[in-house]
Design a protein around this ligand. Structure first.
Ligand SMILES: NC(=O)c1ccc[n+]([C@@H]2O[C@H](COP(=O)([O-])OP(=O)(O)OC[C@H]3O[C@@H](n4cnc5c(N)ncnc54)[C@H](OP(=O)(O)O)[C@@H]3O)[C@@H](O)[C@H]2O)c1
Length: 291
């Protein structure tokens, strides 16, 4: 099957629907934005860089002259910026909220909320946005599409170091934030019918995967592009989340070893119930302090 055939079989027109995508200017965000506009939805890009957002809008309008695009500025490291973006989005009749923005190996710092920036970008801010927009999405029978990662499985969470700020290994710090995002949302949406889709793209070459030391990166860059799926194909697992929900602890990702192939819904190897409960309680306690 090629991508065109997959799209014909698995998607339908999104005309009249509004899709908000955080990190729309990233490797997968751009591809997702393109598919969403191609399918006729109104697109809201929620990005930290106005110039990149404007360039993306220009590109999409050049290809799809009828595209309806609204740009919102939000730096996920900055809570004030996230709060203001939420206030704007509350007036926008959003049907699908795609929590796509994320960071992996970046210079670490403590954010305005007191949390480590990787934890804030990948979990605190998206959880806050979800909580704020949930009533609107529920009223519209909409959905949250959360991008998980295989890395959620690299380590259990730690009550003494919630945001892994004392850890230095990027894969663990990133994985911990994704573990918080995925399991808190499973719990939050447990009784909300069809309102959550946890998805993941496997491994694909984007800025987030370009985090190796320069020499190693120079060696692996081209093989990576050949070995792994291109973002255009990997993003289909994220797109699928707009057309299908995940219940229980399932997620949608590439069929083969969670890395290659077209999207398939599978059960996760789940965490212990006590840990999941704790993650959810922590998420709710962070949210109530921030709101
Ligand atoms: N690529 C993979 O192999 C892979 C695997 C598993 C999961 N994922 C997930 O897929 C999603 C998309 O990642 P990607 O591969 O497309 O990576 P990417 O190209 O690095 O895109 C990440 C996006 O997040 C945005 N972002 C980063 N820090 C931000 C901040 N402080 N405030 C607002 N936005 C911020 C980036 O903005 P700028 O454009 O301004 O830099 C970019 O748009 C992420 O959730 C990632 O965890 C990717």
């Amino acid at each position: 099957m090629n991508i065109k055939k997959w799209l014909e079989k698995n998607t339908y027109s999104l005309s009249g629907k509004t899709v908000a995508i955080t990190g729309a200017t990233g490797g997968l965000g751009r591809e997702l934005s393109r598919y969403v506009v191609m399918l006729g939805a109104n697109l809201i890009t929620v990005d930290r860089n106005q110039a990149r957002s404007a360039a993306l809008e220009k590109e999409l309008v050049a290809e799809f002259p009828d595209a309806k695009i609204t740009r919102i500025l939000a730096d996920m490291e900055n809570f004030g910026s996230v709060k203001s973006a939420c206030e704007q989005m509350k007036d926008m009749s959003i049907d699908y909220l795609v929590l796509n923005a994320a960071a992996y190996s970046i210079p670490r710092k403590k954010c305005d909320t007191g949390y480590d920036n990787v934890f804030q970008i990948n979990f605190v801010s998206p959880y806050y946005i979800t909580r704020e927009l949930m009533p609107i999405l529920a009223a519209r029978k909409g959905r949250v599409i959360a991008i998980g990662s295989i890395a959620h499985n690299y380590s259990a969470t730690d009550t003494d170091d919630i945001d892994f700020s004392t850890r230095s290994r990027s894969n663990l710090v990133y994985g911990n934030s994704k573990r918080y995002l995925m399991f808190s949302l499973y719990e939050l949406m447990k009784t909300e019918e069809k309102m959550l889709s946890v998805v993941h793209p496997g491994i694909t070459f984007t800025n987030i995967t370009a985090h190796y030391p320069p020499l190693i990166f120079a060696i692996i860059k081209h093989p990576m592009k050949i070995i792994f799926m291109r973002p255009k194909k990997a993003v289909l697992s994220i797109l699928k989340g707009l057309f299908d929900h995940t219940d229980g602890y399932s997620w949608i990702g590439p069929k083969l070893f969670n890395i290659w192939g077209y999207p398939l819904k599978k059960m996760l190897k789940i965490a212990e119930k006590a840990e999941i409960d704790r993650i959810y309680q922590t998420a709710e306690s962070i949210y109530s302090k921030l709101k």
